[in-house]
Design a protein around this ligand. Structure first.
Ligand code: ADP
Length: 363
């Protein structure tokens, strides 16, 4: 089965009643403020939700319609897609939508108009493509090692699929790498054949900033919407233990995000923040046409040389936007009114409908 043809999506969109568009998303991740923002911009809203998990959308009163499914992945089922099309739905993708629906299904089978650029989702999901886009943009990333024997400083080792969980570790020499790999093999956290998949990168000892941008394809402008930093288990708990006890108890750290907190960056770093966003958008236009479209996020560490080192990119709304469900200092600065990422998305859709340019922002 081939990729969904944009013309198919545009013909579905042609049949929509543009006065009665529904903003829909999967009930998880950032859906509360996506839906709230849509209501603030005057849209009807719908949530596709796993049975038993509808309570937040009822209690926060953000969804006009509920499409209840047995499993989140059922959003891909033809009957659910038909319900969405029947309500003139534009679907807003987020991290959980892509994870549950499956990237292949989003590319090949999800025949519902979506906000953003469908093709760019693969570029954030695959580490090599992500790196290509960032390096091509001339943005600083952690140095990557192609062989553990070359480890000459502290590195972070990541395994595909681990996604911040068990299986990320820090090492400073090839010997330490091998020791830790052996521990992981013993604990069955990895298999022998996973070793060659190890992604080894320079450990950046810096402060974490996740920067949430919005690229308006209608205005050709990159906006800085907000920033967050993360609480991660078990590492954040581990560093509360005195160093000598840390050594004795021998706990293996993991880096599972459990929450986010809003943050602002020192003002002198803002030129770098804007420059990175602008550069990425220009490269994406060339490498994954039409490029970025809507929210994206650059996760970085700021090192002691005040350099922003990017270790991860999202090419859709990132979970950290939940830190500004109402507004952030930056989005308020830009818009002079409360503006969440969810509301910004719906504002773009509203503007596109008014200007008869939905084809520019829908995929
Ligand atoms: P995931 O894909 O699971 O989100 P990330 O690549 O974002 O994994 O990394 C998870 C966490 O690991 C980060 O939030 C950060 O705390 C830590 N981390 C990742 N890469 C590095 C690095 N190069 N240097 C230091 N810490 C890192």
């Amino acid at each position: 089965m081939g990729k969904i043809d944009k013309n198919e999506i545009l013909s579905i969109l042609d049949g929509y009643d543009k006065e009665n568009v529904t903003i829909a998303t999967l009930g998880s991740h950032t859906s509360i403020h996506i839906l709230k923002g849509a209501k603030e911009e005057g849209f009807r809203t719908a949530v596709v939700c796993e049975k038993g998990r509808e309570v937040p959308y009822q209690r926060f009163e953000v969804a006009d319609e509920f499409i209840l499914v047995d499993k989140f992945k059922d959003i891909i089922n033809e009957d659910v897609q038909q319900k969405l099309r029947d309500m003139n739905a534009i679907v807003i993708p987020h991290g959980s939508f892509v994870a549950y629906a499956g990237l292949d299904n989003v590319e090949d089978k999800f025949n519902v108009p979506m906000f953003g650029n469908r093709d760019i989702l693969r570029w954030e999901a695959e580490r090599d493509l992500e790196r290509k886009l960032i390096i091509e943009s001339d943005i600083r990333m952690p140095y990557k090692y192609d062989d553990p024997s070359k480890i000459d400083r502290t590195v972070m080792v990541k395994f595909p699929g681990a996604r911040g969980g068990r299986g990320y570790f820090v090492a400073s020499t090839p010997e330490e790498f091998n020791e830790k790999i052996n521990v992981m093999l013993k604990k069955n956290w990895i298999e022998e054949e996973d070793i060659k998949e190890a992604h080894i990168e320079e450990y950046v000892a810096g402060c974490n900033y996740c920067i949430h941008y919005f690229y308006s394809a209608l205005n050709d402008e990159v906006e800085v919407m907000g920033m967050d930093t993360r609480f991660e288990s078990s590492i954040d708990g581990l560093v509360r233990i005195p160093a000598k006890d840390q050594l004795e108890i021998g706990l293996e750290p993991s880096y599972v995000v459990t929450g986010n907190h809003p943050v602002v960056i020192r003002e002198s770093l803002l030129p770098q923040v804007f420059e990175n966003g602008d550069k990425l958008v220009e490269t994406a236009k060339k490498m994954v046409a039409p490029g970025m479209n809507g929210p994206f996020c650059l996760q970085c560490f700021c090192n002691e040389d005040l350099e922003l080192v990017i270790f991860e990119m999202s090419a859709r709304t990132d979970g950290g936007t939940n830190t500004f469900m109402d507004s952030s200092p930056y989005s308020y600065m830009k818009f002079g009114e409360f503006m969440s990422m969810g509301r910004r998305i719906s504002r773009e859709i509203k503007n596109a409908i008014e200007q008869d340019k939905l084809d520019v922002i829908i995929t």
